[in-house]
Design a binder for this molecule. Sequence first.
Ligand SMILES: [Zn+2]
Length: 343
Amino acid sequence: MSTEKPGLLERLEEGPVICAEGYLFECERRGYLQAGAYVPEVVLDHPEVVSELHREFVHAGSDVVEAFTYYAHREKLRLIGKEDLLEELNRRALELAREVADETGALFAGDLSNTNVFGPDDDSCRTVRAMFEEQAAWAVDAGVDFIIAETFSWLGEALIALDVVRQTGLPAVVTLSIHQEATTRDGSSPADACKRLEDAGADVVGLNCSRGPRTMLPLVAAIRSAVRCHVAALPVPYRTYEEQPSFQSLRERGFEGQPFPTALDPFTCNRYEIAEFGREAHELGVRYLGVCCGAGPHHIRALAEAVGRRPPASRYSPDMSKHAFLGTDPSLRPENQEYAEKL
Ligand SMILES: [Zn+2]
């Protein structure tokens, strides 16, 4: 792109960079995407929904517009019998993201994700590499500022994605997804895996998805100590804890079955919990911050404000002093304020 906006690495040198994610979950919640296969057909069926969500996230403080090509890869399109739409879907998603990035001055990111067909054999490595190569080429054509490769539970798969991104010459953000056991599926600790990714040339390494703030932060602290490059942390906004450290493992008493992925609502973090995560991660020295599946614009704004930013949406951040019952404004009816505890 021919803009003069500072790039990702320059911005990270200056301070935190916020990246809103969670497009699959939010489009599903809004009724434009089917849970299960989780293919972002919304890009073609209702592009206006995707554009609006990009705008809402930037308004709320995201510095990055991430093209909605998560799970827009050959395996997912095969699964729903629509492989013929693969290129059109990718190119359209990139175009939608670029429009909003151009409008707002946000960074424009391409996205590669876990393929779900990786196993560490040669055949699957070749298949996975070909899937990344075609998506990365479309991202380059669209003029992305950098590429995010994310949600890998295999270090081996992340390394292939990184190699493909490195060949584009663009900055690479690579994030792993750590489930109940605090290792990658190929047995590395998150810190060791991130060190490997740094050594292989990643510009930013870290974690996204699966774990909520409380169970992701300790792993991120270990990563921060193990690498010299910038570190990323993008938890899911759910109240995970030691015994149930991933959002897939959360269980609710009285609810039959697994709340993941469509009944996680009662576990949702409030905005203050996300702000606390942002402050703590920032204090650890983590500069690339975001929220993954389940994120709403209110989470993104809270995260941005927690690290000292004031996005456009901050104009509407709460001012409870003027609340009819809970407020303190002297012009409010005192009887209402006295009634507050009976609300
Ligand atoms: Zn996620």
